[in-house]
Design a protein around this ligand. Structure first.
Ligand code: NAD
Length: 499
């Protein structure tokens, strides 16, 4: 929650239904990536705060109104929350744009769309069913119950804070769990504004909690907390490994949604204008700061020269500017470390011998004082073994790699540690099917890119993680199955044998 009369805006964490300061009273600043203004003060939570939040969530899970609610009532609360997100969509979008630098044009739609996760999983809440097993033993009733796990720690990155939080908490709450959210230290405000809506919807205290702060100071203690039943993590693979180790130390399950180096593959039978737009959407939308960025563009050698020429001309017209303006197409990089990382990778690409055919420099943008813009940048002549083809840059930097035929395209596309997504541009239905079968990625798009829905499973192959978000089965990540045996015989048989 924020105090409106002070400047910068002062936020508080949300624990046990109360907006509270960090136990030590510490705060840190959050920067507007366009203006450079330090616009918010956010609680710097630590282990003691993680502990308070988990205890509140555990209390709400084990007693009081939440576990006593019918599944239908739980679903209705989620639908009420969906309504409140829609009613407050503009305010939430304003905060996301200010804290993250993402385009208003995208956020106004994305925040409204996030409400659908609550409606969809709210609808699923009372369709969680066990089964009666026609068990192979006389005088015995055996049935299953599908039960929530307990306290879920939802650890979220900065690139789409509300949406990625929704992917976790909507199914977790629909299944009857309680949650502690740890947003990114760069974009904490929207989760705290969201907490007001959770409160208003009427969720019992402790069902939803938010602790803010840094990964090592509050994220890790949260992951290590013995009363956290499962961790749902989205972020980079280095933090993902630390979270996985923390979970392993207590034999706790995790869902890991990690990074990617996704191939976007252009065949010579594509509709070239569409494939040009598809490449731009894959890497320059959201300034390339998406896990699904199509950062490796594989182009068939027969059309390579013409296609690259058209791509460079089109990408060169992208309008950098104030993310609040409807005319802006590329906004700032969200954080200073990320800005440095993007420029470092551009230098690495040059050193590796790739040819920079567009951009390659920091960009000056009128009205911006943050210094966080980077020109949309394209390297051609990239070899798949280069670092700029293998490592996630998470910025507006595209590596263009030529290929000769389908077989070579598949070999290059799959030659990566990651496997989050892939794109294919072709008018051949045979090729579309063959490629989508052969690509080792959790999502394959044909003649489109960056499509996601609450209805369709999302997750990684290989080092992009495991577990799935979205779609009906995402709720299974937050349930466990209990088998119940009821003896209906008139007397208990021989106690010394297995029944
Ligand atoms: P990050 O890994 O630095 O941080 C993610 C979250 O983890 C933050 O809240 C951070 O504070 C927390 N964290 C960091 N160290 C931790 C620790 N030891 N214990 C517990 N929590 C810890 O990632 P980021 O820079 O915020 O986001 C960018 C990364 O996220 C990229 O690699 C991107 O590909 C990935 N990402 C993946 C998906 C997906 O669905 N696969 C979606 C978006 C972003």
């Amino acid at each position: 929650m924020r105090e409106m009369n002070t400047s910068p805006v002062r936020y508080r964490a949300f624990i046990g239904g109360q907006f509270v300061d960090a136990e030590k009273g510490e705060v840190f600043e959050s920067e507007d990536p366009f203006s450079g203004e330090k616009w918010a003060l956010v609680p710097r939570c630590r282990a003691a705060d993680a502990d308070r939040a988990v205890e509140a969530a555990h209390k709400a899970f084990t007693g009081g109104p939440w576990p006593a609610l019918t599944a239908s009532a739980r679903g209705q609360l989620l639908c009420r929350l969906a309504d409140l997100i829609l009613e407050n969509a503009q305010a939430l979008a304003d905060i996301e744009v200010r804290d993250n630098g993402k385009l208003m044009a995208e956020m106004a739609v994305q925040v409204r769309y996030a409400s659908q996760w609550f409606r969809y999983f709210g609808g699923l809440a009372d369709k969680i069913e066990g089964s009666v097993i026609p068990i192979d033993k006389p005088d015995m009733l055996n049935f299953t119950r599908r039960e929530p796990l307990g306290v879920i720690a939802a650890i979220v990155p900065w690139n789409s804070p509300l949406l990625l939080m929704s992917w976790k908490i909507a199914p977790a709450l629909a299944a009857g769990n309680t949650v502690v959210v740890k947003p990114s230290e760069y974009t904490s405000a929207s989760a705290l504004e969201f907490a007001r809506l959770v409160e208003k919807a009427g969720f019992p205290p402790g069902v939803f909690n938010v602790v803010t702060g840094f990964g090592a100071e509050v994220g890790e203690p949260l992951a290590l907390h013995p009363k956290v039943a499962k961790i749902a993590f989205t972020g980079g693979d280095a933090s993902g490994r630390r979270v996985y180790r923390a979970a392993a130390s207590q034999l706790k399950p995790v869902v890991l949604e990690l990074g990617g180096k996704s191939p976007n593959i252009v065949f010579d039978d594509c509709v070239m204008d569409d494939a040009v737009k598809g490449a731009v959407s894959g890497i320059f939308a959201a300034s390339g700061q998406t896990c699904i960025a199509g950062s490796r563009l594989l182009v068939q050698d027969t059309i390579h020269t013409e296609y690259l020429d058209r791509l460079v001309r089109f990408a060169g017209t992208a309008k950098l500017g104030d993310p609040r303006l409807a005319t802006t197409q590329v906004g700032p990089i969200t954080t200073h470390p990320q800005h440095k990382k993007v420029l470092d990778y551009i230098a690495i690409g040059r050193e590796e011998g790739a040819e920079l055919v567009l951009g390659g420099k920091p960009a000056e943008v009128e009205g911006s004082k943050s210094g966080l813009f980077v020109q949309p940048s394209i390297f051609s002549g990239v070899n798949n073994a280069m670092r700029i083809a293998q490592e996630e840059i998470f910025g507006p930097v595209l590596s263009v790699i030529p290929f000769h035929d389908e077989e070579e395209a598949v070999a290059i596309a799959n030659d990566t540690l990651y496997g989050l997504a892939a794109g294919v541009w072709t008018t051949s239905i045979r090729r579309a099917i063959a490629m989508s079968n052969a690509l080792r990625a959790g999502t394959v798009w044909v003649n489109t890119y960056r499509a996601v829905s609450y209805m369709s499973p999302f997750g990684g192959f290989k080092m992009s993680g495991f577990g799935r978000e979205n779609g009906q089965h995402a709720i299974d990540e937050y349930l466990q199955t209990k088998s119940v045996w009821i003896n209906t015989a008139l007397e208990v048989p021989n106690p010394f044998t297995l029944r």
